[in-house]
Design a protein around this ligand. Structure first.
Ligand SMILES: C[S@@+](CC[C@H](N)C(=O)[O-])C[C@H]1O[C@@H](n2cnc3c(N)ncnc32)[C@H](O)[C@@H]1O
Length: 361
């Protein structure tokens, strides 16, 4: 499938920096102020979140995302996998134990984990609101393809080992693995035709602080593998892709070996981190990448006209469910990348809402 067009700044352009935060980030707009006051009252907040949730689920189901049905199926399949997805030695940072996305237990609960896939597909559909016939899977594919197309120019060679930090239920991790496999197959074909280096089979790992999310990721990976096997012709010689390694851990203290990775991605993670945590994660990524390795950060684009023009009520509700949004928009991420020891920082607008920052170690 072809990627969406990219506007990419060249590798050797002037050092790039982030746009100033959208006005709504610190705005005290009267309507926003009123909504904030209402949200401060617990029963009213509950009522408002319930209404917003109903609307989100109804809209998603209307677009072909089987939200509630999928939630129940995932929970049933994932619960038995919780123990094997949990590392009891992992220390959960305080900033993570807060309300996210209107879930009181944040990312540390089954509700969040079993609705993450549906929410991720709904997010992909929202990127192209002018295309009501777009299917969730196609929107997701388009979103990820544009991200990986933005990373490609910074990769000088094979990706043997990749790490997806903040992998959640693995939607982006599986897409990353599939892209790296295609990349490897293309390099293999080119090598067979000429003298190019053959790509090694990529090993892909996903790491997250939520054991519930990782249990769901395991279920999803197994489902996709079974579906691919069922769809493959019986005589197919193609080996199934290497399983993804799911790791329970904090992105800022992974305990993984130094200089071991060729590529590290953070897809839609930085907006969920306070600034000090983002800086710590970048320092950890710099340690984990080999010299010449590449990091890619995908998230909301402060330069996006859609993001900058969010209506006040929408922005206020968004801020009330995303505790570190102000931190995210207030941090100059290209500069933070340089401070962490990265160079050749590039920026690409992957779609109308999101940018990819790519940098080399
Ligand atoms: C919006 S989700 C990411 C979505 C996913 N990467 C994707 O592309 O679909 C953010 C994820 O980051 C994880 N996360 C947040 N802080 C983290 C940290 N310090 N270490 C590891 N994971 C973290 C959360 O548990 C959550 O699953």
């Amino acid at each position: 499938m072809s990627a969406a067009p990219l506007s990419s700044e060249p590798i050797n352009s002037e050092p790039i920096s982030s746009a100033p935060p959208p006005n709504w980030v610190a705005s005290r707009h009267p309507l926003g102020w009123l909504i904030n006051r209402l949200l401060a009252v617990q029963p009213l907040r509950w009522l408002l979140f319930q209404q917003a949730r109903r609307l989100i689920i109804r809209t998603a189901e209307g677009r072909g995302i089987a939200w509630r049905q999928r939630r129940e199926a995932l929970r049933q399949a994932a619960e038995p996998l919780l123990a094997q997805s949990t590392d009891p030695a992992v220390a959960i940072p305080d900033y993570y134990r807060v309300r996210f996305h209107a879930y009181d237990a944040g990312n540390l609960c089954w509700a969040a984990a079993c609705e993450a896939e549906q929410a991720t597909d709904a997010m992909a559909l929202r990127v192209w609101p002018e295309q009501p016939d777009l299917q969730p899977a196609a929107a997701q594919r388009r979103l990820r393809r544009a991200i990986f197309a933005a990373i490609e120019p910074s990769l000088a060679g094979p990706v043997r080992r990749a790490l997806d930090l903040g992998c959640s239920v693995g939607v982006g991790t599986v897409a990353l693995r599939d892209w790296l496999l295609e990349r490897q197959a293309e390099a293999g074909a080119a090598a067979a035709a000429g003298s190019m280096e053959t790509e090694a089979i990529p090993q892909v790992e996903g790491l997250d602080l939520s054991a519930e999310m990782l249990a769901v990721a395991r279920v999803r990976e197994a489902e996709l593998r079974a579906a691919a096997q069922a769809a493959a012709p019986a005589a197919s010689l193609a080996a199934p892709p290497a399983p993804i390694t799911w790791r329970h851990g904090a992105a800022e203290a992974t305990g993984l070996p130094s200089a071991a990775y060729d590529l590290i991605t953070l897809q839609f993670v930085c907006h969920e981190l306070p600034q000090a945590a983002t800086q710590a994660v970048l320092a950890e990524a710099a340690r984990l990448l080999r010299p010449g390795g590449v990091i890619a950060l995908v998230d909301q684009d402060p330069d996006s006209a859609v993001i900058r023009r969010l209506p006040a009520p929408v922005a206020t509700l968004l801020k009330s469910t995303e505790p570190y949004l102000e931190d995210y928009f207030g941090l100059d991420l290209p500069e933070a990348l340089r401070q962490a020891g990265f160079h050749a920082v590039r920026r690409a607008a992957a779609d109308p809402r999101h940018r990819v920052l790519v940098a080399s170690r």
